[in-house]
Design a protein. Structure first.
Length: 78
């Protein structure tokens, strides 16, 4: 079963378009990391984590925990 499980790690930005006070639109870009769990070549679950220019310790810990959980999943552990 483990050979069918993969974890893909990809740097990926999110884009959000918002209206400003003058009726214009502005697009904001947030850099981050996407972790995708793949079973037998089919994406199963995806999580995106922000990765700012000056990440906090909380941001770092969230990324470490997400990576740990994904790699444990890859090895067949719950």
């Amino acid at each position: 079963m483990n050979d069918q499980r993969q974890v893909l790690v990809r740097a990926e930005s999110r884009h959000v378009t918002v209206s400003d006070a003058h009726g214009g639109r502005e697009t904001l870009t947030y850099p981050g990391v996407t972790l995708t769990r793949v079973i037998a070549g089919i994406p199963d679950e995806k999580i995106w984590l922000p990765m700012g220019e000056r990440p906090s310790e909380v941001d770092d810990e969230a990324l470490i925990e997400a990576l740990r959980a994904a790699f444990l999943w890859r090895s067949g552990r719950p």
